[in-house]
Design a protein around this ligand. Structure first.
Ligand SMILES: [Zn+2]
Length: 428
């Protein structure tokens, strides 16, 4: 079993589940903070742990260019290099090539491009992307795909989708032959040599009103191998010994192409599926229509990941539709621009109205920033361009996103997400 996935509760199409990785369990629905270049910008790993992040992203394109995947492999893989013992997912590098690099040229073999850092020439192919992601040692590796530009004519979207399908097959062939080459070593050993206690972030920090989630009704799908019963008598699947490769559904903004892409990607048989090429400038209604079309077809016993979304109210909505994983640079990027997500809506902390505001960023937030600092101080830091502004704003925004997902998971255990969905309107 490459990636055991245990569904514990359902509320309509929404699922509460656990992904069992070699670097700990990930409770889903999950929001995954973006750790672009081996760091979630402005936040240290111990704070991410404290916030309850169980999985973060690394960007293949950035890490390949700097410091280089071979260096990371030599230093024991990305987990050890960045001192992150929990789960990691790497993207394929495709999206950044399309969005950041200059003079890119797409051909059957792959994408040639010039680095945005120094102008040097490079070629990403499906095989190369797999080689890099395996060298980085992610728990979840993404197939190399072409993120179709928006808008795209139907024929162009079809061609792009066909290319992604051919690249998915090549990604899988290379991945299966090389997946055991990950530089994992013993994931329980930190560089200092002490053995870490397996992470149990859900019990470290909880948002208001959350409960322990009983796992007595846990159903692990996909016939995984079970290890011995733990102290609660619950059998836990053996952690995987190799990473898992997810396929990516494309198809532009055409529901029938999306469905065809889903069906043909499923035929290639991946342990999880992503929906890519969304949040590229289309309306939110269109994003939702594409997600709904694909979710109908994706296997219910495997994780389903929507890439690059979204605002807080969106991630609640997509989780309610049955999406298990999401990622977005929004909470971290917005934080560095002084935009804070709160239970009272978005606030721009540089606004003069906060100059003497003695309240916390969000009165309903229990994060370390809201517990300690005032809006007046956060505003002062931001307008003074103090580096601490980015740190504190990012910590709060990530806490807000992770708490939102924690509340979603709690609502699923209660069998009712309607309160979250109506409540989320005020977040816009
Ligand atoms: Zn906060």
């Amino acid at each position: 079993m490459t990636l055991p996935f245990s569904i514990q509760a359902q509320a309509g199409p929404a699922r509460l589940a656990r992904i069992h990785t070699a670097h700990g369990d990930v409770e889903t629905p999950a929001f995954m903070p973006c750790g672009t270049a081996g760091t979630v910008k402005a936040v240290s790993q111990d704070i991410l742990e404290d916030l309850g992040a169980q999985i973060i992203l690394g960007n293949t394109y950035h890490l390949y260019l700097r410091p280089g995947h071979e260096l990371v492999r030599k230093l024991g893989g990305l987990h050890r290099f960045m001192s992150w013992d929990r789960a990691l997912l790497t993207d394929s590098g495709g999206f950044q090539v399309f969005s950041l690099s200059e003079l890119r040229k797409v051909k059957e073999e792959g994408v040639s491009f010039r680095s945005h850092l120094d102008g040097t020439s490079h070629l990403f192919t499906p095989e190369r992307s797999m080689e890099i992601q395996i060298a980085l040692g992610a728990d979840i590796v993404m197939a190399f795909d072409e993120c179709t530009e928006h808008p795209a004519e139907r024929e162009r979207a079809r061609e792009s989708m066909e290319m992604t399908l051919r690249w998915a097959k090549r990604s899988k062939d290379y991945f299966e032959a090389h997946k055991h080459e990950v530089p994992w070593g013993d994931p329980g050993i930190r560089p200092s040599g002490h053995r870490d206690i397996p992470p149990q972030p859900a019990q470290e920090r909880r948002g208001p009103g959350t409960l322990d989630i009983g796992s007595s009704e846990e159903l692990t799908v996909g016939n995984p191998t079970f290890s011995a019963e733990n102290s609660e008598g619950i059998r836990k699947p053996e952690p995987p010994t190799a990473p898992a490769l997810f396929g990516i559904v494309q198809g532009g903004m055409y529901a029938d192409l999306r469905r065809e892409s889903a069906e043909r990607t499923i035929e290639l048989d991946f342990p999880g599926y992503a929906i890519g090429g969304l949040s590229v400038g289309e309306s939110r209604a269109k994003t939702m229509e594409m997600i709904a079309a694909v979710l109908e077809l994706l296997p219910k016993d495997k994780p389903r990941y929507v890439m690059g979304v979204g605002y807080p109210e969106e991630i609640v909505q997509y989780a309610a539709m049955g999406v298990d994983m999401m990622d977005c640079v929004l909470p971290t990027r917005a934080a560095r621009h002084g935009l804070l997500f709160t239970s009272e809506g978005r606030i721009n902390i540089k606004n003069a109205r906060y100059a003497q505001d003695q309240g916390p960023a969000d009165p309903k937030c229990s994060c370390r920033v809201c517990a300690r600092y005032t809006r007046a101080y956060l505003r002062h830091l931001f307008v003074s361009a103090e580096p601490l502004a980015g740190v504190l704003n990012t910590v709060h925004n990530l806490a807000y996103y992770l708490d939102t997902m924690r509340s979603v998971r709690h609502a699923i255990t209660l069998g009712d997400l309607s309160g979250m969905l109506s409540g989320s309107v005020s977040l816009t």
